[in-house]
Structures are given as structure tokens and as C-alpha cells.
Design a protein around this ligand. Structure first.
Ligand code: SME
Length: 164
């Protein structure tokens, strides 16, 4: 089966994310393998959002985050809970939006080009099973619309997939 990602032509971000959510549901339909779905979800985000240099998943394994499917440059493999933006999102159980990564204590620079970052937890039955991490080379690239939009994609991913 092939799936054609449609260019999204909308004036406002909330409409953009509504359309992207529809595309993600279509992309994951009929497949429950979490690795395959995370890989396609990363690709969809990377193809659809402007100005990203990294988009992907870290997966909770034995109490730490381990690199999952992603698009972008090679990245650090293991992140302890509480470390970096990803580990902080797990520890605090919330999405974290960083306008300037240089101002975030403990930020882990996988790609020196990254200037802003959005990390959204993946939650299944109240437990954090991983995160979606987006990096941009532009400071202040992400806002509340992006946070809400990516949180919706994270929910769709979890509902559509079996556990990792
Ligand atoms: N910057 C992240 C590490 C992962 S890379 O950006 C892909 C962090 O501080 O947790």
C-alpha cells in the first residue's frame, strides 16, 4: 500500500494541525507496530513542518529514554530521566517548549544547529512510554499551537499502536 502525503495549504496553524491529524490517522490505519508507526510519524512531521532539523522518538526502556525512529542527524542514544529537555519532560510529565536551547540548563546538544525545541510525552494509561522530540535551527520556532498540535499527534500515535 502506498500513502501519499498531501501538501497542507492552510492559513492558520490550528487548521494545519487538524489536517495533519487526519493525515496521521490515515497513515497509521491498519498497522499497529509501534516502531513502524513511529518511523512514519517522524517522516510525516519532518515532511510537513517547516524549519526543523530533527524530528523523532525517544522510547522508555527500563527507566531511561532510548533513541527511537527519527529524521535528522545522528543523535545521542540514551537519556536519563531528568536529563536534557527530553528527560525533563518525562520527569515533570508535561510537554516542554524551549524557545532558546542555550538558555535551558542541561540541554543536550545532539545537533549543534538546534536553537529551539519541543518535547511532548507519549502517555499510555497514565504512564509515559516515550517522547516526541522536535528541534529547529530557528530560535522561538515553536509556540502553543505547535504544542497542542503535536500533543494531538502523540495521542493518535499511542491509540493507533501496540506497546513498543
Ligand atoms: N536536545 C535533547 C536531546 C535529543 S536531541 O535534540 C535529538 C535534550 O536536551 O533532551
Amino acid at each position: 500500500m502506498s500513502f501519499h502525503i498531501q501538501p497542507i495549504d492552510v492559513a492558520d496553524k490550528s487548521s494545519f494541525y487538524k489536517e495533519l491529524a487526519i493525515q496521521l490517522r490515515g497513515l497509521l490505519e491498519g498497522e499497529r507496530d509501534a516502531v513502524a508507526n513511529a518511523a512514519n510519524c517522524s517522516a510525516l512531521i519532518n515532511q510537513s513542518l517547516a524549519d526543523l532539523n530533527w524530528a523523532g522518538f525517544y522510547i522508555m526502556r527500563n527507566g531511561e529514554l532510548v533513541l527511537g525512529p527519527f529524521q535528522g542527524k545522528t543523535a545521542c542514544v540514551r537519556i536519563a530521566v531528568g536529563r536534557g529537555v527530553c528527560g525533563a519532560a518525562v520527569e515533570r510529565k508535561i510537554s516542554i517548549l524551549v524557545e532558546d536551547v542555550h538558555a535551558f540548563p542541561g540541554h543536550i546538544a545532539c545537533d549543534a544547529a538546534s536553537r529551539s525545541e519541543l518535547v511532548v510525552p507519549l502517555i499510555r494509561a497514565g504512564e509515559i512510554i516515550g517522547v516526541i522530540d522536535l528541534d529547529s535551527p530557528s530560535p522561538g520556532r515553536f509556540d502553543e499551537d505547535d504544542r497542542l498540535g503535536i500533543e494531538t499527534l502523540a495521542r493518535i500515535f499511542v491509540e493507533a499502536s501496540d506497546p513498543f
